[in-house]
Design a protein around this ligand. Structure first.
Ligand SMILES: Cc1cc2nc3c(=O)[nH]c(=O)nc-3n(C[C@H](O)[C@H](O)[C@H](O)COP(=O)(O)OP(=O)(O)OC[C@H]3O[C@@H](n4cnc5c(N)ncnc54)[C@H](O)[C@@H]3O)c2cc1C
Length: 333
């Protein structure tokens, strides 16, 4: 079968669904999203969903300010639920990291980011259960929190469909067609052809493989990032805030049912390359123990939390850890 579209989006994670929605919202017609499995089946469905404001570039700072407003108002802005919980995010840094943090926050304020740098002792009024011994400063983002990445994806997808976007699941793109220096469309594993002047690579962990179909090389490493789930004891009290302990190398984000999601925060994922197909696989008790020890130092009341389970996640990592948003040398791709 040969069809045509104005834009083909490859990948039905949060990025592809959001692009589909926003294209339709600005009036682009004939948008087709192709997802090889099901919506949010990639990194999105394995994400921890922390929504923070601390990002290092002007572009990402502006993106997080706009994103936060959408998360806070998802039912009206997009439709559906984002599962957003505005519990606040605290980021702990060492004394050596403090000047850089203050500089970044100063620049980010110009874009409307709301965050305050606190002395570690001042943290007691926000979240007294965090260990401040090793901290040189703390960033407090009162409006940040966490959301439900799968709900956000399906929310965007539903809103995109309402605006005429076609979303097809179980459809894998296996060929990217081109003529000269222009993209002309895609072919699917079922042998269908879709002609399109614009093809968007939103394949997340698989974006390098998809780019390769177009003869484009992307400087991305897929690095393993395991996530661990612990159960807080009954005496823990109200859920903790989201805590990113940059000084100690772990994070903790509350989940319903008295659970906490935790993982490493040492930015060493590039040293642990992973095949994307292993996403969601098992984790070892040894790697859990190593991270849980750091989490227990960050929030000592979590040291006795019961380990429940874990899964292998992965990040698609560029050289500067920032997203790639651009047209490739193949025009229209
Ligand atoms: C464990 C973990 C924790 C994270 N924690 C956070 C966090 O706390 N805060 C935060 O902001 N971010 C976090 N992230 C990152 C964030 O979740 C991801 O950056 C985001 O979800 C990526 O979405 P995506 O749509 O770009 O990619 P993906 O979700 O990977 O989606 C890509 C989609 O493309 C599809 N696809 C691939 N190849 C093809 C093909 N040939 N044809 C058709 N479809 C194809 C895949 O099936 C997949 O569904 C985390 C990620 C992980 C894995």
């Amino acid at each position: 079968m040969i069809r045509s579209a104005q834009v083909v989006i490859i990948g039905g994670g949060v990025t592809g669904a959001s692009i589909a929605y926003h294209l339709a919202a600005v009036g682009v017609r004939d948008v087709l999203l192709l997802e090889r499995k099901f919506l949010a089946s990639g990194g999105t469905g394995r994400s921890v969903g922390i929504v923070r404001q601390l990002y290092p570039t002007p572009e990402t700072s502006q993106m997080v300010v706009r994103s936060l407003a959408v998360f806070q108002n998802f039912p009206d802005a997009v439709g559906g639920e984002s599962g957003y919980v505005e519990c606040g995010v605290v980021i702990g840094v060492s004394a050596a990291m403090r000047p850089q943090l203050e500089e970044t926050v100063k620049r980010q304020r110009l874009f409307g980011v709301r965050a305050e740098v606190l002395e570690p002792v001042e943290l007691a009024r926000v979240e007294p259960r965090i260990n401040i011994e090793h901290l040189g400063a703390v960033l407090y983002e009162p409006q940040s929190g966490y959301g439900d990445p799968t709900a956000v994806t399906t929310g965007y997808a539903a809103a995109a469909r309402r605006r005429g976007v076609q979303i097809e699941q179980g459809v894998e793109v296996v060929t990217i067609r081109s003529a000269g220096d222009r993209v002309t469309g895609v072919e699917t594993a079922a042998g269908d052809r879709v002609d399109a002047p614009v093809v968007v690579n939103a394949a997340g962990l698989w974006s390098t493989a998809v780019a390769r179909l177009a003869g484009v090389a992307l400087p991305i490493v897929v690095g393993r990032h395991p996530v661990f789930v612990v159960e807080r004891d009954a005496e823990f009290g109200r859920p903790h805030l989201v805590y990113l302990d940059l000084a100690g190398g772990s994070y903790a984000r509350p989940e319903t049912g008295g659970l906490t999601l935790t993982g490493s925060l040492t930015d060493d994922e590039t040293q642990h390359p992973m095949e994307p197909e292993l996403l969601g696989g098992d984790v070892s008790l040894e790697e859990a123990a190593e991270v849980l020890e750091r989490t227990g130092r960050a929030i000592p009341r979590l040291a006795d939390a019961r380990y429940r389970r874990g899964w292998a996640g992965a990040f698609d990592i560029t050289p500067d850890w920032m997203p790639i948003l651009d047209e490739s040398p193949l025009r229209g791709f």
